[in-house]
Every structure is written in C-alpha cells, then in structure tokens.
Design a protein around this ligand. Sequence first.
Ligand SMILES: [Zn+2]
Length: 448
Amino acid sequence: MISGIAAAALVCAAVSVSTTAQRAIPVKALVGGTLIDGFGGTPIRNSVVLIEGERIKAVGQVGTLQVPVGAEVISTEGMSVLPGLWDMHVHLMINGHSDYAHWDKTYPTLFEPVIMPASAKQLLLAGVTSARDLGAPLEASISVRDRINAGKIVGSTVYVSGPFIQHAPYPGTELFRWGVSGVEDARARIRKLADAGVDVIKLIDQDQMTMDEVRAVVDEAHTRGLPVVAHSHRPEEIRRGLAAGVDNFEHTGLSSAPEYPDDIIQAIRERTANMARGPLFWTPTIEGLLNYEYLRDNTEELDNTSWHEGLPPEIIADIRQSIAHPDRLPYFQLTPARRPTLARKFQQLRDAGVVMLIGTDSGIPMKFHSQSTWHELDAWVNILGVDPMTAIRAATYWPSLAMKVADDVGTVTPGKYADIIAVKGDVLRHIALLQRVDVVVKHGTRYR
Ligand SMILES: [Zn+2]
C-alpha cells in the first residue's frame, strides 16, 4: 500500500524525470520482443526495455511498463532480444589471411589505424558488443580500446591483453610477443603491462618457461587484479597453468590425441571443487576445427563481403588470394584428424566442472570477425548438443563475470550498460539466426 501523498510524490518524480529525459538524455524503448535476459530463467514475452543514455533504465512488459512520452521506440516484435554477445578470444590484428609471416611483416604500421579498428567494427556489427583481444602490440591495443570507449571510432568494447607472455618470441613476432627470462623479468613485464592498463594477461608456451616464472607471471597479475588466460594446447601447459592458478584456459588442446589424460582431468576437478577460487573458465574455440572440412568444400561463405568492412581493397585482395585454396593451407593440416576427438574433449571438460566460454580465435586463417562468433554458438548447440540457453549464457553472463565487469554488462538488467541485440525469430529454437542480427545497441547507441 502507498499513501495518497506518497503516490502523488511518485507521480511528480516520474513527470520531472521524463521531462528531463526528453530535454537532455535520449531515451530508447525496445518494445515487443521475447527477452532472454542472460540469467537463464524463462524468457520474458512482450518485453519492454527502457534505455536512458548509455544504460538500461527499466525492464518489464507491454501493458505494465510504460514507455515514456518522447522515447524513441524500436519495435522488437517477432524478435529474440538478448544481451550483446561476447567473443572471449579474438585477434583484432589479423583478418583471416593464411600467411602469418607475410602479414606480420607487411601490415604492422596499419594495425593501430586501420586493421584493428576494422576488426572491432566487424565484431560489433555482428552483434558482438564485447570482445577479448588476446595478443597484439601493446600501444596499438590500448589505443584502439580507448578510442572505441571514447566514441572516436566504432567498435565493440574490447578488453585487451597486449602482447603474449611466453618463453621467447618466435622470430619476427617481437612486436606482440614478449619473452620472459627469470622471475624478476617476469614480474617486471607484467608490471609494465598492468601500468599500461591492459585488462588481462595472456600466457602461452608456459611449458617452456620455468615453473617459477609461470608462478611469478600469475602472482604478479593477480596482485594487480588482472585475470590470467593461458593456452592449453599441450598437456604440460595445462598442468603448469593449473599449478600456478591460471583463471581461464584457451582452446580444446592436445592436437589429435583422443582425450585429456586422467591426471589432468583429476587436477581440473581438484580446482573446480574449490568454490572459494571461483569458476575455472575454459574457452574451447572449437568451431573453426569442427567446420573446417565443410568450409574447405563449401567456400561460398568466404565470399560474404561482411568481412571487408573497414579494410582497404588491397588488403582484401591480399587476404582473398591467400585463402583461394582452403584445402592447401598448412594451418589446417591436422584439423581433419583433430575433429573426431573434439566432442570427447569438450565433454570431458564440461564433466569436470569448468565453465565454458564462447570464443573463436577470430582472425585466424579463413575466420572472419563478422562471422566467427555465431558459428561457435551454432557448433555448441547443433554439433555438440549444448542447450541454447547455456550457450547464450557462455556468450553473455559468464564472460562478464570472467572479466570482472558483471556489474556493468552481461545481462539485460537496470543499471547496466545498454548492450543489447535483437534478431527476428526464436534463437532458443534456431541459434543460427544470430548470423543476421537485426538490432545492435551498445552503450545505448544503435549501430544496426
Ligand atoms: Zn588465439
């Protein structure tokens, strides 16, 4: 019950807020669609999402939540409405070219002004409002992230690692791979990255480092509040990463071996049994492997021009010629042998209690930022049998938690940034609809 006076006060407050909103802060209303809010519960039919400025103001239903006078109404009738997607493993500095040695020596001066911004824009237009970039030159990474956040260029919100941290950079990759030599050097390099403002530390080849170096990297990162993401391609990378306290592993590793060995699964279970340490996250980046043979034999998708966005014609032509013969690419030599092992490994990880995240390695040969993320969701659901709600939460709710920004993004909740997408049809029935999103809103601004 509310008293008459209190009710009158509420009305006055409501009137004054909406008047202010009309004058100063733009208000948008997404009206009519079925809202999957990211928490996993029953979707809200005939939903209304009110956005004031950059943030979500209110969430409700047609008939009970009023749309303020003067609001810009965006009809989502017939659509699924959901949090903007995350891709937890992208490479903004590459765009699907098959020859890394050529790319790394030809285009570094274009990473910061052209290539990374183009990748971030392609991701955003694909409905990926947040992306984690794992391995690129430090200054370029920070600059691109900050220019996007400042509204100077259009792109998904990016969380960056800057350079890979590893035993030694491969020849010609020193710009974006930092070797560590000894414990003090390891700590100093992490401090340098933290001081520069990276969001996460990317560790690779930790099986070639000393265990003390691996621990120093992880300890120093955690001291600075940064999560550590590590490759898990080889068994010893996983063992060392687990021993050192890595927060998130990347890739479904172990090449064409049929499964993870028992001691690794046991070690993962020890880790996931410890609730105080939070979830152990794993980004399997699996679709490129599952779909390679299909793509090799059905190349029409490579001609989709969505990945040209923001790239000059010379670079597009260079990429196109490099992937003219998908069957000949050395990068994928072992993929047909790996594919049959993937479902087993994926299931082992899930059974061991890890929290799986959507990520794609977008940017690797033939994997374009405009197309990768929905493919990963589709592979989980339609090849690996993950239920669609779990897959969507692995691309929304859980990534925001893994990156410690769950107060601001990851679900459609009042107070959070308005990062919201909508697509015609029921994504819980047909997840592949996400390949053509109809509405993309990031921080309250509509981009599609
Ligand atoms: Zn990667």
